[in-house]
Design a protein around this ligand. Sequence first.
Ligand SMILES: [Zn+2]
Length: 368
Amino acid sequence: MHKTATKLADGRELVYYDQESGTVRDTVDERPLEAAASLSETRLDPVLGEWVTVAAHRQQRTYHPPAGECPLCPSRDGRLSEVPAADYQVVVFENRFPSLALNSAAHVTAREDDPLRTLRPGTGRCEVVCFAPDHDASFADLDEAKARLVLDAWTDRTAELSALPEIRQVYCFENRGEEIGVTLAHPHGQIYAFPFVPSRTTRMIRRAEAHRADTGRNLFEDLLAAERAAPERLVLRGEHWTAFVPFAARWPYEVHLYPNRRVRDLTELKEAERAEFPGLYLDLLRRFDRLFPAPAGSAPNRTPYISGWHQAPKDGGDELALHLELFTIRRAPGKLKYLAGVESGLDAFVTDVSPEAAAQRLRDAAAH
Ligand SMILES: [Zn+2]
């Protein structure tokens, strides 16, 4: 993997990731762009003890632009986008409309004196990861070498962002599909570098610490061993990775992908694990697309999904195991699972698809 870091016209960082060493990326961003101030703040919910990010300035962000104005396509034919080069393989840049930004501290003052109204600047970083230059492609269309390049980019961003003193946890994820709320059709994901440990991660770590106290063992290692021993929820079993539907899946189709060797984060994966990941992940994504029939016409089915890497925070959380969680909100053709009263109100999920039946359908969705 070859990396070239540069700056956009407004000072934001942009990094090209290329397969070939020696690739030259020296195109200058010629747009007249003013540096944007971030007014983000994080407020502590005094009842739940969870941080909420307030990013009111994001209301102005780009919303469903026509394909000819896509800000993630390469800059071509006199049209200047967020990526100055006329072509690229994988590129990462700071979001122009970030929920969290390192310069928030310059514009928002922390308030720590009132436990009911604790507020801090939304200090962090939000990045966009473009998976391919082709506007109409999808992650599942990548070949293994390009998917590997994305894995290498995620890994590099995790290392770089974790090194920032303000950052406590790095989350690499993809939202795919309008049903999920994606406003740009171009194949891309995002990275959030948080100044706090989000509550779901904290809950996982607490459960794992309790399991260690009770049994002397690691929760995730026990979980993986149990799922590998009983095939009813297994979807894919590689030499270095295992994919299964969790016992208490929340979503209609949900798969968790773990390296067989427990590691804290992407930076700890070894070459053999990195080499096997692209084939397994692409297989999973393509199975998701085969779950539902293609719409009328020639377009393939694109199942909407969310896919995200759960990584240990950089300080503490040693019991957490790196894993990827992939799920769709589609429960049947044309039908979505909405988070309604009990889920939104109480975080108590009800699912309509049994996890074992979901695993069977995903196993049956293999390529023929
Ligand atoms: Zn595009």
